[in-house]
Design a protein around this ligand. Structure first.
Ligand SMILES: NC(=O)c1ccc[n+]([C@@H]2O[C@H](COP(=O)([O-])OP(=O)(O)OC[C@H]3O[C@@H](n4cnc5c(N)ncnc54)[C@H](OP(=O)(O)O)[C@@H]3O)[C@@H](O)[C@H]2O)c1
Length: 288
């Protein structure tokens, strides 16, 4: 991929926080930015901010509720009808829900938005990413993944739900998915990397209202940077020639880093992939 100018980039959750800053930065570099949001009004307001801030008219807004399988498939279909290239997919959207909720598909919502959605959306868009190669998938995890676990017998947290634990588990799964994806994509020209953006003051904690979750967000507050700063690693991975061909890596502060030991367990990665594909009813599991 030579330069980001004119390249087509999808950024989910780009009406707010780190996603909006990522969209702003890539738009400033001349990319064609497709902002994927669930709320049209909030999305349009952010889109206008970005158009005004960059003078880049190639900023599109498309609607998708990432907690719904049908909505993800509809968005992917609409995107493929509209665009014949996809160079960068940034699975940025995320959320934490204080109380266990179930999506329209019967999935636990924190898992659905943070993990199942990137898995499914990437799967839906992989043929186009491959056809547009060199291209890049960038997933967003969190430093909190270090306390995460993968319980294949209880992916839906039916045995008990604690918001921050379930969020940490989902972010660990994002890492493991990325590592497995990168292996499956070897030789295709599509890279897959994963980012911890750092702790930033955004809207993220807004649905995590319990005392325990609020304390967690309060504890990380002194470590928080701006959303702009937190977006830098995603922007770097999307646009820098320095990471051309680099795949299957975890990045913090624009540098390769080491994720938790369990995240590198290829046996669990494979089992998790199969369990997720089965949950989502996917047959072609995104391999070569
Ligand atoms: N902030 C941090 O300290 C931190 C640290 C580590 C990792 N992260 C990760 O960074 C990413 C960005 O988060 P942020 O901090 O920028 O939080 P944010 O300001 O709350 O942004 C999250 C974005 O995700 C969108 N989203 C949530 N649920 C969605 C759904 N069902 N369908 C479509 N979009 C949905 C939100 O849309 P609405 O505005 O419509 O809700 C929003 O645009 C997340 O993956 C988060 O887990 C953040």
């Amino acid at each position: 991929m030579s330069g980001i100018k004119g390249k087509v980039c999808i950024i989910t959750g780009s009406n707010s926080g780190i996603g909006k800053e990522t969209a702003l930065a890539l738009a400033g570099m001349g990319a064609t930015v497709v902002m994927v949001v669930r709320n049209k009004e909030r999305g349009e307001a952010a889109r206008m901010d970005i158009v005004r801030g960059t003078d880049n008219g190639a900023i599109d807004l498309m609607i998708c509720d990432l907690s719904s399988v049908e909505s993800i498939k509809m968005f992917a279909g609409a995107f493929k009808d509209k665009y014949d290239k996809l160079h960068v997919l940034i699975n940025n959207a995320g959320a934490v829900y204080d109380v266990r909720q179930v999506t329209v598909d019967g999935f636990e919502r924190t898992l659905a938005v943070n993990y199942l959605a990137p898995f499914l959306l990437t799967h839906e868009l992989l043929p186009l990413l491959k056809a547009s190669a060199p291209s890049r998938v960038i997933n967003i995890t969190s430093g909190l993944h270090t306390s995460g676990k993968v319980d294949l017998d209880d992916l839906q947290s039916g045995k008990g739900y604690e918001a921050m634990k379930v969020y940490a588990n989902a972010k660990l799964m994002v890492l493991m998915f990325t590592y497995e994806l990168a292996r499956r994509l070897e030789g295709t020209g599509v890279t897959a990397n994963v980012v911890h953006p750092g702790f930033a003051a955004t809207n993220l904690g807004r649905n995590a209202g319990s005392l325990r979750s609020s304390l967690m967000f309060m504890m990380v507050r002194p470590m928080q940077s701006s959303a702009k700063k937190a977006a830098e690693t995603s922007v770097y991975l999307a646009s820098s020639p320095a990471v051309e061909g680099v795949s299957g890596k975890y990045f913090r502060r624009k540098q390769e880093a080491t994720s938790s030991p369990i995240s590198y367990d290829e046996h669990i990665q494979k089992n998790l992939w199969d369990a997720t594909a089965a949950l989502l009813g996917l047959e072609d599991q995104g391999s070569k």
